[in-house]
Design a protein around this ligand. Structure first.
Ligand code: HEC
Length: 140
């Protein structure tokens, strides 16, 4: 008996809180919008948005080594799906002899079981090429 009374009391307090919050919200929507403005301002494309920095690209300043580790190593460290392993000179020699343009092209656009951009289309072309260079440098 005593217990349910406490629970009812708690529920009552909670309900009161919810009620007063919603009333408050209704009354001060403008004030809230005003407060959120500095962080929540929407900047439309083509607008001058006070020099807001553009969203960083996926590669965003990461080194080819880091990007290799997060995108390519799953296959190129293990040889999964028949991928030539980084550091496997014999596996890379015939590929390197095709020329860097071909290797860049195959990494960008895919080649047999090798997915385009390693399956991560958010990588920039330059990042992908830099990773290929990194793999090749460490595989001859
Ligand atoms: C899902 C597994 C997988 C991932 C992830 C992957 N690769 Fe590959 N990659 C392969 C396979 C398999 C081959 C061999 C394809 C063949 O020769 O038939 C290959 C081959 C290559 C080649 C040689 C192409 C040629 O012409 O001989 C390059 C360069 C390459 N990958 C770069 C990358 C880069 C850079 C990344 C990361 C951005 C990456 N790979 C991610 C599976 C993968």
């Amino acid at each position: 008996m005593k217990r349910s009374g406490i629970i009812a009391g708690v529920v009552g307090v909670l309900a009161g809180a919810v009620l007063s919050t919603s009333v408050q919200a209704a009354m001060s929507k403008e004030a809230i919008a005003e407060r959120l403005k500095p962080v929540g301002d929407v900047c439309m494309q083509g607008q001058d948005c006070g020099g807001a920095a553009p969203a960083p690209a996926a590669g965003g300043g990461k080194s080819p080594e880091d990007l290799y580790g997060s995108v390519c190593s799953a296959c190129h460290n293990t040889g999964a799906a028949g991928a030539p392993k980084k550091g496997d000179v014999a596996a890379w020699a015939p590929r390197i002899s095709k020329g860097m343009d071909t290797l860049h092209n195959h990494a960008l656009n895919g080649f047999n079981a090798m997915p385009a951009k390693g399956g991560n289309p958010t990588l920039s072309d330059d990042d992908v090429k830099a990773i290929v260079d990194y793999i090749v440098e460490n595989s001859k």
